[in-house]
Write a protein that binds this ligand. Structure first.
Ligand SMILES: [Zn+2]
Length: 127
């Protein structure tokens, strides 16, 4: 089915520790990058011909990661039970943005959340 995929990105700097993982078990930081991609069916454009305002997607992803910027991720509530890997970060961003998009852009569904831990290492989560 024809559809649109729209993306917006956010970035943050944060430290983490991954117990039991060689080298990563020492505290270290990354400049993380996050891309939220939403899917909107092609037949539900609004009167202005827009699927969803980019600003809505951007604000959703920015707000989802604002708590992470300049933080030690292991200390934050979402990572109390499980170390803050890129995979876990992607799930938390997905949960937070899906709540917000449900009210701000009901026609949009989350297609993917991508997290770059470094420019070379990326995780993509598809709910
Ligand atoms: Zn790391």
């Amino acid at each position: 089915m024809a559809h649109y995929l729209l993306s917006a990105e956010a970035a943050f700097a944060a430290a983490h520790t991954l117990p039991g993982v060689e080298k990563c078990e020492r505290m270290h930081g990354h400049n993380w990058r996050v891309r939220l991609t939403v899917r909107v069916e092609a037949d539900v454009l609004d009167e202005g011909g827009m699927a969803v305002d980019f600003r809505v997607v951007e604000e959703a992803v920015r707000d989802a990661v604002s708590e992470f910027d300049h933080a030690y991720l292991n200390d934050l509530e979402p990572f109390g039970d499980c170390p803050p890997t890129a995979e876990r970060l992607a799930v938390v961003v997905c949960e937070r943005t899906s709540h917000r998009l449900a009210s701000a852009a009901p026609a949009a569904r989350i297609d993917a959340v991508e997290i770059w831990e470094t420019p070379q290492y990326r995780v993509e989560y598809r709910p």
